[in-house]
Design a protein. Sequence first.
Length: 336
Amino acid sequence: MPRRSKKGGGGSQTEEERLLLQQRRAQTEEEVTRQREEMLTLFLKDKLKKDQRNTEVNLLKINDQWRTILRQSKGAELRGDLMVLSQTFEGHVDILDNIIETLVRELRDAERQCAQARRAHLQNMDELRTQQEKQLMVLQQLWDTNMQELISGFNHDKSVRLHSAPRWANNSVTPNTRAHPLRTGALWVLAHLLQMFHPAKLLRLKQKLRSDQLTEESVQLDLTAKVTQVKQKTRELREQLGQMQKATKKQLLDVTVRSDEASKELQAVVAKVRQLPARLAARTARLASHRVRVLVQGQKVLRMAKLCHQLENKQGVSWFCGEEADIPEKVRKPHF
């Protein structure tokens, strides 16, 4: 009977050990499952971080490329604007040059017309002076001729009266005395007519000369006003041309500065873009090596967990109890 009681006691201890072993196995499986889940979570988090970093890098690359494209398009637009401005400036300069040449031609034509009018006026004055001198010479000759005729007539009458007989002298006193006043009156009338003709002619000549002078003065004033107007217009056009040149030079300088800045920025971006592949390759290599290390560590942990699980199923309670404290430490070693 005592043996049976011992056997019964041994059977109860064996059942309790089995229950403890099952509990420990269940706890170990739960711990391994939990560690696997933690490792998977860490792996997924690491992968998510890597994906986020890759996304950020790709966004930076896309932004850099987009900015490069924008700078290139902006540089092309600025070059086009520069070409348009230069062509417009050249067109304005050509127009102003044509206007200045036209004004210079008009000024030369006006000066030539003024010189022609002055020469014509001087020529007319010379002709009028020549005609006046000729008319004065003719009148002087006529006056001298008439005076000589009168003097010769008086002398002839005087000689006739001196050499004639007294009878003839007595008979001819009345006709001579009558003829002498008539001839004297005719001479006075002729002299008066000559005097009237000469002042009237002089007056007409003076009036014509005055009218020519007035005409010349008016032409000179008109020409002076026209020349002044042309000079004023030329001055205004030159000032306008100077202002346009200054504005165009300023615009060209601004466009040049902006183009230089854009080209410098573009060169810097191109340099960065050229350096990006090397950086990305180095970073990709580092990420690949890190991923390989993580995968190797994960495979080691999984292999160790699998071996532990197999050993737990095969070995007894003593070995399991001695080794169960070391399993979590071995599992936590590849933590990263």
